[in-house]
Write a protein that binds this ligand. Structure first.
Ligand code: PRP
Length: 187
């Protein structure tokens, strides 16, 4: 696999756009409407899993019409350059919030093998939240090795290596407003 040259820009590695900015924003608006309805009157806490989830969180929370808190965790499962889950997620940053009795919604960019979310869900469940659910933008079901209960899903996507909109390739291109498929030679 050739090394990505950051000086070249994303066009050099983009095979095709999978989800346009318009598609993403329109679906996120739908999710926000649903979440605002489902959690109305509840003290909602959104937990974003860094780093990939941060772009999704920032768009989703601005479309919510109910008051809510946010907090962050960082979990690392894929080393830089790795294309498969190491199987050993590491909590790099833990919450600042006591979630006991709270209505928690985890916000993630992608569920692939499911190993990361499984690890986080098991850990957070021990802290006894009132509810614990998952909102994931991209669901790559073909790659799943652990079942993950996902209450909100943005899009189901095929088993292709994607980047942009929070997802990196070698830590680059998280800022792109669309989700793209990486050219075969970079996968
Ligand atoms: C990515 C992504 C999810 C996880 C999903 O994180 O953000 O957290 O992989 O894969 P899984 O379902 O196979 O566990 P990554 O470890 O690449 O860190 P990042 O969010 O900082 O990019």
């Amino acid at each position: 696999m050739p090394k990505i040259n950051p000086a070249l820009g994303y066009e050099a590695i983009l095979d095709r756009v999978l989800l346009t900015e318009e598609q993403l924003q329109s679906r996120i608006s739908e999710l926000a409407t649903q979440i605002s309805r489902d959690y109305a009157g509840m003290d909602l806490l959104l937990i974003c899993i860094l780093r990939g989830g941060v772009v999704f969180l920032s768009d989703l929370m601005r479309k919510l019409t109910i008051p809510h808190h946010i907090d962050f965790m960082a979990v690392s499962s894929y080393g830089v350059g790795a294309r498969t889950n190491s199987g050993k997620p590491r909590i790099v940053l833990d919450l600042n919030t006591d979630i006991r009795g709270r209505y928690v919604l985890l916000v993630e960019d992608i569920v692939d093998s499911g190993i990361t979310l499984d690890h986080v869900l098991r850990l957070l469940q021990t802290r006894e939240p009132a509810s614990l659910d998952v909102c994931v933008l991209l669901n790559k079901a073909d790659r799943r090795v652990v079942h993950i209960p996902t209450r909100y899903v943005g899009f189901s996507i095929p088993n292709e290596f994607v980047f942009g909109y929070g997802l990196d390739i070698d830590e680059l291109y998280r800022n792109l407003p669309f989700v793209g498929v990486v050219k075969q030679e970079y996968q």
